[in-house]
Write a protein that binds this ligand. Structure first.
Ligand code: IPM
Ligand code: MN
Length: 346
C-alpha cells in the first residue's frame, strides 16, 4: 500500500490532479488496534469516499479467532455486501517480458496474453442462506447454500457483454450446468442477455474443463465471466499462469454511483502474503495496478491510469524484479525499490 500511495502521489503531481487520501484500519490491523475487523469509523470513511483502495487483510495471527470475527468474514465480505460490489474484474496479464516467469511451457505463453476474469462477487455459496454448522443424529453437519437470482446473473452478464464488446468481442461463460441448478439458470440467463449483443461471440465452458483449457491455451481467451466461487478459484489459476499472483490487480464494482462513475473497491487479487510480511520483499505491482484501475473506473482518469500502467511495463522491461518474478540476470529489488523505480518511470 505504501508503494501504491507513492505512485498515486507522483502521478497526481505529473497529471496536476488533486487526490484526497483518507486512511483507516481494516482486517487484522483493525482487530489489533480496535478489537474488530471492520470498525465503524472505517466503514463511515469508506461511505464518504469516492473509492476504496484496499490493502490485504488476513494472516495466521487471526486464524484462531471465532470464524465470524476473522478478517475475511468480518471485514472483506461485509464490505463487498454493504456496497453491493457485485462485479469483480481481475485482469490476468502476462507481459511478454515476463513470459519466462509463467510456469507454462514457453511455446504456450510466447508473446504474453491478457485474460479478463469477471467474477460475480455478492452471490452464490459465499452469501447464500442457510449457512451453518449443526448436529444431526449425533453427528456434525455443515451447510452452505448456493443461491442465484436471475437479476443477479443478468447484471453481471450485461457488464461482461459490455466489456467484451469493448475488447475482442469474445466472451466465455463458465458454469457447472451438468450438475448444478444454479448453473442451468446461469447459462440460460447468459443466453438471453446474449440476444442483445449479437456482435459478441459467446461460448460456455464447464468449470472443470475451463480450468484445463486455461492451461492448455491461455491465448485463446479474452473475457471470462463466472459465479463467485468458480471465479475465486479460476482467478488464482489465471494469476499463476501470468507468472505471479503478486502482479494481479482487481476492481470490485458496485451498483452505487458517485456522479458518473460507479463506486468500487480496488485490491490485489491475491490478498496478504503472511509468510513474507514485513520483510520488504513483496511485489507491490498488484497494489499499484489496483490503484491504476481505481484512477480509471472510479475517477474516469484514463490518462493517469494509462501512465501508471505504462510505468509498470517500462519498469518490468528494464529488468526490475521482486523475488516472486525473478529470473537469471534480472535486477532483484525490494518492495520499496520497485515502487521507486515505477515512480521514476511515470
Ligand atoms: C479473494 C479472496 C477472498 C475470497 C477471501 C480472502 C475471502 O480469496 O478475494 O479472492 O475468497 O473472495
Ligand atoms: Mn481468492
Amino acid at each position: 500500500m505504501a508503494e501504491a500511495l507513492k505512485v498515486l502521489r507522483a502521478c497526481a503531481g505529473a497529471q496536476k490532479l488533486q487526490l484526497e487520501f483518507g486512511e483507516a484500519l481494516v482486517g487484522g490491523a483493525a482487530i489489533d488496534a480496535h478489537g474488530r475487523a471492520l470498525p465503524e469509523a472505517t466503514l463511515r470513511l469508506c461511505e464518504s469516499s469516492d473509492a476504496i483502495l484496499f490493502g490485504s487483510v488476513g494472516g495466521p495471527k487471526w486464524e484462531n479467532l471465532p470464524p465470524g470475527e476473522q478478517p475475511e468474514r468480518a471485514a472483506l465480505l461485509p464490505l463487498r455486501k454493504h456496497f453491493s460490489l457485485f462485479a469483480n474484474l481481475r485482469p490476468a496479464i502476462c507481459f511478454p517480458e515476463l513470459a519466462s516467469a509463467s510456469p507454462l511451457r514457453p511455446d504456450l505463453v510466447a508473446g504474453g496474453f491478457e485474460i479478463l476474469c469477471i467474477r460475480e462477487l455478492t452471490g452464490g455459496l459465499y452469501f447464500g442462506q442457510p449457512k451453518c454448522t449443526r448436529k444431526e443424529n449425533g453427528e456434525t453437519v455443515a451447510v452452505d447454500t448456493m443461491v442465484y437470482r436471475s437479476s443477479e446473473i443478468e447484471r453481471i452478464a450485461r457488464l461482461a457483454f459490455e466489456i467484451a464488446r469493448s475488447r475482442k468481442r469474445k466472451l466465455v461463460s463458465v458454469d457447472k450446468a451438468n450438475v448444478l441448478e444454479n448453473s442451468l439458470l446461469w447459462r440460460s440467463t447468459i443466453r438471453s442477455v446474449a440476444e442483445a449483443y449479437p456482435d459478441v461471440e459467446v461460448s460456455h465452458l464447464l468449470v472443470d474443463n475451463a480450468a484445463m483449457q486455461f492451461i492448455r491455451s491461455p491465448r485463446a481467451f479474452d473475457v471470462v465471466v463466472t459465479e463467485n466461487l468458480f471465479g475465486d478459484i479460476l482467478s488464482d489459476e489465471l494469476a499463476m499462469l501470468t507468472g505471479s499472483i503478486g502482479m494481479l490487480p482487481s476492481a470490485s464494482l458496485g451498483t452505487g454511483s458517485r456522479g458518473e462513475a460507479c463506486f468500487g473497491l480496488y485490491e490485489p487479487s491475491g490478498g496478504s502474503a503472511p509468510d513474507i510480511a514485513g520483510m520488504g520483499i513483496a511485489n507491490p505491482i498488484a497494489q499499484i495496478l489496483s490503484a491504476a484501475m481505481m484512477l480509471r473506473h472510479a475517477f474516469g482518469l484514463e490518462a493517469a491510469a494509462a501512465q501508471v500502467e505504462s510505468a509498470v511495463r517500462k519498469t518490468i522491461a528494464e529488468g526490475y524484479r521482486t523475488r516472486d518474478i525473478a529470473s537469471a540476470g534480472c535486477r532483484l529489488v525490494s518492495t520499496a525499490e520497485m515502487g521507486a523505480a515505477i515512480c521514476d518511470n511515470l
